[in-house]
Design a protein around this ligand. Structure first.
Ligand code: FAD
Length: 317
């Protein structure tokens, strides 16, 4: 039986692995079969991860994290977790290959997925003008024209934040009213740099190697127009990857995994969670990495208490 199995290969999973491996816990990390490295694999330049003053490409950063985790003995499995049995002291993790791993503890770090529009150009131009994160990428759009798609609080927040950099921000919304809270709407309406384009759906992102515009279809009369922009920020929601633990772990009203205060302890003893899957608010690589650290330290504490015969206290600590 393993001491700890880490599920997920983003900044949270690999950071948890670095700490767990250096604490001699011999972690195994299930990285997924196709999406190894997590969300940063979808981006180009990362300029806000400390330690890289010149910036670093997202995939390069994740390769370094993996190398660091493996250097201390983390075993990385390129497979998907398909089922979890979290009852009792021995946790069972079933992989796509059919293998069942057992461990005294689990760190669940499966991240969250930004919703996509599913339109031509979106995936191809991701990191080349198409973005899901104003905090991450707003800085690249100084004095540029940007469009934000969405009508909720996060769209208003992204649009307002982007006016710090952009010369103009269009907010494109399918309807003629917003879902966003009144205060967020008022803040956006009052901003001179923001212009609303109502009753419009983005049908295509235009551009070869970089975004040059968006094609819009009017949802009322069907007319099609092209709007020249340098960037498109998609703010239509985010789904924590929790399907494996529905009914097994408590969730928050936002759909993230519930954890006890500032710890990584979930509602089930021996199961810890870290990264964007517990975070409805910040969702950054460095916060996910910090959260992975917390999870590894909590696991260390839990396992130490188990071996001292104080398991109940460990679960409640
Ligand atoms: C396009 C883009 C650009 C971004 N740019 C920046 C930036 O510049 N700076 C910044 O700080 N943040 C940026 N972010 C946000 C950042 O990527 C996330 O906050 C961070 O990756 C979250 O880390 P995580 O480890 O919690 O989850 P993730 O990175 O989402 O990793 C989760 C991992 O778990 C795996 N997984 C899920 N389910 C299973 C399963 N059943 N079995 C096995 N594995 C599974 C996934 O495949 C994935 O590899 C960006 C995000 C995107 C989408």
């Amino acid at each position: 039986m393993r001491q700890v199995i880490i599920i997920g290969s983003g900044p949270a999973g690999f950071t948890a692995a670095i700490y767990a491996a250096r604490a001699n816990l011999n972690p195994v990390l299930v990285a997924s079969s196709v999406e190894v490295g997590g969300e940063l694999m979808k981006t180009t330049e990362v300029e806000n991860f400390p330690g890289f003053p010149e910036g670093i490409q997202g995939p390069d950063l994740m390769a370094k994290m993996q190398e660091q985790a493996e250097r201390f003995g983390t075993e990385v499995l390129y497979d998907d977790v398909t089922e979890l049995d979290l009852d009792g002291d021995v946790k069972k993790v079933t992989l796509g290959s059919g293998t069942v791993l057992e461990a005294a503890s689990i760190i669940y770090a499966t991240g969250s997925a930004y919703r996509t529009l599913g339109i031509p150009g979106e995936e191809r131009l991701s990191g080349h003008g198409v973005s899901w994160c104003a905090t991450c990428d707003g800085f690249f759009f100084r004095d540029r024209t940007i469009a934000v798609v969405g009508g909720g609080d996060s769209a208003m927040e992204e649009a307002t934040f982007l006016t710090k950099f952009a010369s103009k921000v269009y907010v494109i919304h399918r309807k003629d009213t917003l879902r966003a809270s009144k205060i967020m709407q008022e803040r956006a309406f009052a901003n001179d740099k923001i212009e609303f384009i109502w009753n419009s759906a983005v049908e295509e992102v235009l551009g070869e190697d970089a975004t040059t515009g968006v094609r819009l279809r009017n949802t009322v009369d069907g007319t099609v127009t092209d709007l020249p922009v340098d960037g498109l920020f998609i703010a239509i929601g985010n789904d924590p990857r929790t399907h494996l633990v529905h009914g097994k772990l408590d969730l928050t009203p936002e759909g993230t995994i519930w954890v006890d205060g500032r710890s990584s302890r979930t509602s089930v003893p021996g199961v810890f969670a870290a990264g964007d899957v517990i975070d409805p608010t910040y969702r950054q690589a460095v916060t996910a990495a910090g959260s992975g650290t917390v999870a590894a330290l909590d696991v260390e504490h839990f396992l130490a208490a188990l071996s001292d015969g104080t398991a109940a206290e460990a679960a409640l600590a």
